[in-house]
Design a protein around this ligand. Structure first.
Ligand code: FES
Length: 149
């Protein structure tokens, strides 16, 4: 298992387009537009990517609604959501209409290119997109959440 270097981690965190309240700390959590939750910081050991999966320490997402995970595989982040029942779901933040990146806004994933909207499970709420977002298997143990891709 290879841990992310501090440089790689910071680069990935920066690529998230983190809001101003997250800057100044190494954070993978975007909280400014989150439906609930406060800013939290993660360190380089909290998120580990290995071929085909990314592992997140649960303590890194405690109290947060979602986490955007950059991977080496996809140009857009994976949106890891904590569901109301305590389970997790993960979708690719890439619009199925023409491939633009999505942003999280008021409990939805929104495409700025042509206005498609998706729920946090990836289902289309509003077109022109007609296809659901790519989803990923998520498992969890006592300490980690693992997203497989
Ligand atoms: S690319 Fe997202 S709505 Fe067109």
């Amino acid at each position: 298992m290879t841990e992310l270097s501090r440089r790689t981690f910071i680069r990935q965190a920066s690529a998230l387009g983190a809001c101003a309240c997250c800057l100044g700390t190494v954070s993978l959590l975007e909280s400014c537009s989150a439906p609930a939750g406060a800013a939290a910081t993660a360190n380089e050991k909290a998120i580990v990517e290995t071929p085909g999966q990314i592992s997140v320490l649960k303590s890194a997402v405690a109290g947060q609604t979602y986490l955007k995970l950059n991977t080496s595989k996809f140009k857009d982040p994976i949106f890891l959501n904590t569901n109301a029942d305590g389970t997790y779901s993960a979708v690719l933040m890439n619009c199925t209409h023409k491939g633009c990146g999505l942003s999280a806004s008021q409990g939805k994933l929104v495409c700025g290119c042509h206005g498609s909207e998706f729920d946090l499970a990836g289902q289309v709420l509003k077109g022109p997109a007609k296809t659901s977002l790519q989803t990923f298997q998520v498992t969890a143990d006592d300490q980690h959440i693992i997203v497989r891709y």
